[in-house]
Design a binder for this molecule. Structure first.
Ligand code: C5P
Length: 291
């Protein structure tokens, strides 16, 4: 990079249509089987490149770190190192719209957006496969967030297979005021024996048939079975979404956000209005593709 340039990129949130954990691995991670979907709810990123090798982030939320703890910063540094350009740095400005600590991969989406934006700014020195490998070093959800769309994610979350797109729908997301720590919920999961697992094959068949109702009947997240007392609020939000006419409702990732899938825009909006009043954050979003 010889000149100072600015690049903009959107970082799309994800939801889990299904989430299964199949085993704890020797490396401490868990093997997962997840059907993932990116949604239009997104953070807005701007990267201003400099020649002093200074990389940091600033956001509209004061509690989000701007140093290496921020996955966007980690991703930028990993990129500059991968393309052997240590003299370049990035001032990353992030407008956070994705709720934090929600299970919507907000931090991973920001990191993925940084990798996409930098690769584009450098004229694509890294192939998509190389970008995904780099993303994996930043976080388990980052490879998925780089490509987005409707995908089956396995392993730590980095083994991705293409699925037919989720049929058109509205997705009402609600995030209660508390957050749930991801490592804590994994530890909790290790202490329970799961009796139910998502019907992942059934979801894939329903996607192949473009049958939204059959997808929605199978929304399932094993983290809802961990017995955390805060999951009572999750259950209450699910009931509210279903009462408003959602075809199905489930917690996303390790929570605490919950979403419901609707066919009618007015019902999706009415659910969001009610949930916003009771829990603070709620919005209506829709499925999107990225790459
Ligand atoms: O990979 P990442 O840093 O995003 O993971 C955060 C934490 O989530 C890990 O330290 C681990 O506790 C847990 N995790 C896991 N298995 C996965 C993904 C994440 O146990 N597949």
């Amino acid at each position: 990079m010889t000149e100072s340039i600015t690049v903009a990129e959107k970082a799309y949130a994800k939801i889990n249509i299904s989430l299964d954990v199949t085993r704890k691995r020797a490396d401490g991670y868990h093997d997962m089987v997840m059907v993932m979907q990116t949604v239009s709810l997104c953070d807005d990123l701007q990267l201003l490149l400099n020649r002093e090798g200074r990389t940091f982030a600033r956001t509209n939320l004061s509690f989000i770190p701007g140093d290496d703890q921020n996955l966007a910063v980690k991703a930028a540094k990993a990129f500059f190192s991968a393309v052997s350009d240590p003299e370049t740095g990035a001032e990353i400005t992030i407008k956070k719209n994705i709720p934090v600590g929600a299970g919507m991969a907000g931090g991973s989406a920001d990191a993925a957006a940084v990798l996409r934006a930098l690769n584009r700014a450098y004229d694509s020195p890294l192939s998509v496969a190389q970008l995904l490998s780099l993303g994996e070093t930043v976080g388990s959800d980052v490879p998925y967030c780089i490509v987005g769309g409707t995908k089956l994610a396995q392993g730590r979350g980095e083994i991705l297979s293409e699925l037919p797109a989720l049929p058109e729908c509205l997705i009402t997301v609600c995030k209660p005021s508390f957050s749930i720590s991801t490592p804590d919920l994994f530890r909790r999961l290790d202490r329970v024996s799961l009796r139910c697992h998502p019907d992942t094959e059934g979801i894939i068949t329903a996607l192949q048939q473009q049958n939204l109702k059959q997808v929605c009947r199978r929304l399932y997240n094993v983290f809802e079975d961990t017995g955390d007392r805060r999951l009572r609020t999750v259950a209450a939000i699910k009931s509210c979404l279903l009462d408003h006419g959602a075809e199905g409702a489930v917690m996303t990732g390790t929570g605490s956000a919950v979403f419901g899938i609707f066919q009618a825009p007015d019902k999706a909006e009415a659910a969001a209005v009610q949930l916003r009043k009771e829990y603070g954050f709620a919005c209506v979003t829709r499925p999107v593709n990225i790459l």
